[in-house]
Design a protein around this ligand. Structure first.
Ligand code: PMP
Length: 471
């Protein structure tokens, strides 16, 4: 009888997990997002265009979710990423610092308002907002104001999907299921002045909305209020809402008076989208804290940042340091991508192009009002533009929610090779709008690639909605 150990049997052929033939197209996808709604597989993208695997070409008229500011597959950014990849793609920040992060932080500080020169890297917009909340709170503790913890935000608004940022988000569809799991934060109405029928001038309305912040601070008790957060120009939640000029300085004044920190969520507006590097530059504003992401690395890497003043950061450092951080913070590859994106943004004056092309595009969108009675408003700054659809332009009455008009318009445009972005906000204010926010590199002739499919789609929607039909 042999005592030799029997050989380890070979794994049967079906032992190894089967590698699916992706080219055949999976019969059932294991991936999931928000809903069952599926889109074609992306093949490649270049500049303002994208192609699916069937070869259909799309114009990226929303820069994804207002992300791809410098367009797709930019050769300078790709080269910078390739060069960084050859060196290192990860070094944990407690073991190594890295040059791309250091250089990017310096550039961000240079592009930020005077005195805002400390930068904390994260992987996206929600994380940037969470970081602002935590630094604000730790700063209050450091200066002996421990009673301050409430963060006032606006309704509607969007500040992120993680529970801290979600508590600031004014968008009930997204927040309602999680309400018991969050600390409820006070909200004031977003300055939807264009909807008001009160005989006031826009500037008077702007001031009235800003004064609501003071009323809310007093209602909550100023000693409990830590910060106020807003998107200087609204994102998808309000459809590129711009407040009257009177709003902004009054908000700053109120925050200063009550010792409330002002947080600008520039996740969507930053990095040139509104025609200046930061939206706050339009009003010469200086927040206390700022959140950046999206166009910041323009989709080349998941990256975001919090920008803060030296004074706040040093106060927190003196009291034991910032109790916060993410594994991927300051990732060298992401920072190399962000650095190349921002350098190109500055070198090619993409904010300037956004301002110029944005004006031309906005005028063309305005022109659609003549033909389509259900376009209620066209608004925004630079290439952060939105078109609002209504039942009646005079009253600004919304379309019936069951029509899902904005979503339908997005689908009609998608079929015609134009990507735009929609949102229907419920509660407080109800409206249908689509965001028209192409990459900041868009050229004048490319405006036609937006207008053609958009007009065709609006004409179909007009018939579907049963409007008599304009010109
Ligand atoms: N703030 C604003 C203003 C945003 O537009 C977004 C994203 N739409 C976020 C925060 C959250 O960013 P992210 O999805 O990258 O977490």
């Amino acid at each position: 009888v042999s005592t030799a150990p029997s050989p380890v049997p070979e794994a049967p052929p079906d032992y190894a997990p089967a590698v699916p033939d992706m080219d055949a197209g999976p019969a059932r996808s294991h991936l999931f997002y928000q809903s069952r709604h599926r889109r074609p597989l992306l093949d490649r993208a270049k500049g303002v265009h994208m192609w699916d695997v069937a070869g259909k070409r799309y114009l990226d008229g929303s820069s994804g979710a207002m992300v791809s500011n410098i367009g797709h597959s930019d050769p300078v950014v790709l080269e910078a990423m390739r060069a960084q990849m050859e060196k290192s793609t990860f070094g944990y920040r407690l073991h190594f610092e890295n040059a791309p992060a250091e250089h990017l932080a310096r550039l961000v500080a240079e592009l930020s308002p005077e005195g805002m020169d400390r930068v904390f890297f994260v992987s996206g917009g929600s994380e940037a907002v969470e970081s602002c909340l935590k630094l604000a709170r730790q700063y209050a503790l450091a200066i002996g104001e421990a009673t301050r913890f409430k963060v006032i935000s606006r309704y509607p608004s969007y500040h992120g999907a993680t529970l801290g940022a979600l508590a600031l988000t004014g968008y009930t569809t997204m927040t309602a299921p999680f309400a018991p799991m969050m600390h409820e934060m006070p909200k004031i109405p977003a300055p939807t002045c264009y909807l008001d029928r009160d005989g006031l001038t826009m500037e008077e309305r702007g001031r009235r909305y800003a004064d609501m912040l003071e009323a809310e601070i007093l209602r909550q008790g100023p000693e409990t209020v830590l910060a106020f957060i807003m998107e200087p120009v609204g994102g998808a939640s309000t459809g590129a809402l711009v407040a009257p000029d009177s709003y902004y300085p009054r908000i700053r004044e109120i925050c200063d008076y009550y010792g409330v920190l002002l947080i600008h969520d520039e996740v969507m507006t930053g990095a040139g989208r509104t025609g200046r590097f930061l939206a706050s530059e339009h009003w010469d504003l200086k927040p206390d804290l700022m959140a950046l992401s999206k166009g910041f690395a323009a989709g080349y890497a998941p990256l975001g940042a919090m920008v803060a003043s030296d004074k706040m950061v040093e106060a927190v450092m003196e009291h034991g340091g910032f109790i916060h951080g993410y594994t991927y913070a300051g990732n060298p590859l992401a920072c190399a991508a962000g650095l190349a994106v921002l350098r190109e943004t500055v070198r090619r004056d993409l904010p300037g192009n956004a301002a110029h092309i944005g004006d031309l595009l906005k005028a063309r969108l305005e022109g659609l009002k003549e033909r389509f009675a259900f376009i209620g408003d066209v608004r925004g700054k630079g290439l952060l533009l939105a078109v609002e659809l209504v039942a009646d332009r005079d009253t600004m009455d919304p379309l019936p929610p069951e029509n899902m008009a904005a979503a339908r318009l997005v689908d009609l445009a998608y079929d015609r090779g134009l990507i735009i972005y929609w949102r229907r906000t419920r509660g407080g204010y109800v409206g249908d709008h689509v965001m028209v926010c192409p990459p900041l590199i868009l050229t004048e002739p490319e405006i036609e690639e937006i207008m053609g499919p958009l007009e065709e789609s609006l004409a179909v929607l007009e018939r579907e909605l049963g409007f008599a039909g304009g010109g």
